[in-house]
Write a protein that binds this ligand. Structure first.
Ligand code: SF4
Length: 118
């Protein structure tokens, strides 16, 4: 990553925190002022956040937009809990957990390795 990309990502994180602090959204022209940046830079930051699916812009008045945070929930692939036909034992485990010495987990990891080899 280049330093300008690092800077963009860093500014985007600041912008996202600010956007999140306004549950009803924030007008774009207010956002760039609060960020201490200019309109052009703010547009680049918002384009980045939009492409990441983290914000949405809605037309407001004239050429301005209201910027809102888009809450996303990542979908988990249930197949990640499977090793071949074997379900990850932790899913329904009632044992007192001690991961380093858990034989059930160790067996499942072996199943996973074998399933990956097939
Ligand atoms: S690591 Fe073992 S003891 Fe811990 S939750 Fe998973 S199966 Fe249960």
């Amino acid at each position: 990553m280049t330093s300008s990309t690092d800077e963009l990502v860093q500014k985007a994180e600041q912008a996202l925190a600010l956007i999140k602090s306004h549950p009803d959204g924030i007008v774009q022209s207010e956002l760039w002022k609060e960020l201490g940046t200019d309109s052009r830079t703010c547009s680049r930051i918002l384009k980045y956040l939009e492409d990441e699916g983290k914000i949405a812009r809605q037309a407001f008045k004239g050429n301005t937009y209201i910027v809102k945070w888009v809450k996303t929930q990542k979908k988990i692939d249930p197949m990640l809990f499977m090793a071949g036909e074997a379900l990850l034992p932790c899913v329904a485990c009632t044992e007192e957990c001690d991961v380093p010495s858990c034989k059930m987990l160790e067996d499942w990891i072996y199943e996973l390795v074998f399933a990956e080899m097939e």
